[in-house]
Design a protein around this ligand. Structure first.
Ligand SMILES: Cc1cc2nc3c(=O)[nH]c(=O)nc-3n(C[C@H](O)[C@H](O)[C@H](O)COP(=O)(O)OP(=O)(O)OC[C@H]3O[C@@H](n4cnc5c(N)ncnc54)[C@H](O)[C@@H]3O)c2cc1C
Length: 263
């Protein structure tokens, strides 16, 4: 159970950043879905809910999602349903249930860098950036490497360049954590291929991406590409599945994502 000694509703992201970096043990409060699962003693809980960071805005080139936007608002948003083959909406549907998804936020999801995440692989494949109060705009891929730990996530920016996106996952039961998830996204003629819940953090399969460059997608090419992904990435064991099982599932999911496309 988390324990919050003091609570503050800030009036700007700069105020949040200042507290986060000056008060030992302080933490930004997203939806607190994950925070409350631990035993963290929080000296000062920083609430961003007055800052209007729960908007989804479409511009000519991008879609911007404020950090306090709930996963349910993303899942049901018409702009996001009409972009990226609805993949950012689809990847939400097995995350526990509507009640949890109505509370937990995209800011907490990104800041948490959870290796089991269904959302982060999709954002990575879409080439998303993260806007931080201190460091400014950085790529999600760099952010996932563990930099910028004491910063405030303000919003996520997704370029509208992906023409074809497919998300696939496999689970032991509908609302359990994924055993593995895979995303492919085609942008400007080039594929991004991302695999998450290996159970290590999501990662791009760059050898497969290079292999797919300039190739016309056939069943055979998809099969070969899927095998390249399974060979180039490492997989691990946990209670949900063995490394061997994950590797086998990876071939199937990538092939389905490539040839099945946006189902
Ligand atoms: C029971 C349970 C099951 C889940 N199952 C899945 C699943 O199957 N698939 C999946 O993808 N996800 C799953 N999740 C994760 C969930 O989708 C969210 O990603 C997670 O709860 C974090 O979001 P939050 O808003 O609750 O963040 P919080 O718990 O509030 O915060 C998480 C961390 O991020 C920090 N933080 C929050 N907001 C910001 C910000 N704006 N800037 C900087 N730091 C910030 C907090 O200080 C904390 O360290 C599950 C969560 C729970 C509780």
């Amino acid at each position: 159970m988390m324990n919050i000694e003091e609570y503050v509703r800030v009036s700007s992201c700069s105020e949040a950043y200042e507290i986060l970096n000056s008060v030992n043990g302080s933490a930004i409060l997203g939806g607190c879905g994950y925070l409350r699962m631990g035993n963290r003693a929080i000296s000062k809980g920083i609430d961003l809910s007055l800052l209007g960071l729960n908007q989804i805005i479409e511009t000519d080139s991008d879609i911007e999602i404020g950090a306090m936007t709930s996963l349910r608002d993303i899942e049901t948003n018409p702009i996001l349903k009409n972009n990226f083959n609805g993949s950012l909406c689809d990847c939400m549907e097995n995350i526990v249930g509507i009640q949890l998804r109505s509370i937990v936020t995209i800011g907490g999801t990104v800041a948490g860098r959870y290796p089991f995440s269904d959302v982060l692989p999709v954002l990575m494949a879409l080439g998303a950036d993260v806007v931080l109060t201190g460091a400014g705009r950085v790529s999600l891929e760099d952010f996932m490497d563990g930099k910028h730990k004491s910063d405030v996530v303000e919003k996520i920016i997704i370029p509208k360049t992906s023409e074809r996106v497919a998300y696939k996952s496999v689970r032991n039961s509908l609302v359990d954590y994924a055993i593995l998830n895979c995303v492919i996204a085609l942008s400007d003629g080039e594929y991004k291929v991302v695999v998450g819940a290996r159970p290590q953090k999501a990662i791009r399969a760059t050898k497969c991406e290079a292999f797919l460059k300039g190739k016309e997608l056939t069943e055979e090419i998809a099969e070969e590409a899927a095998k390249i992904v399974a060979d180039e990435l490492s997989f691990g064991d946990n209670v949900r599945g063995s490394a061997e099982y994950r590797k086998a599932v990876c071939v199937t999911l990538i092939k389905r994502a490539l040839v099945g496309g946006a189902e």
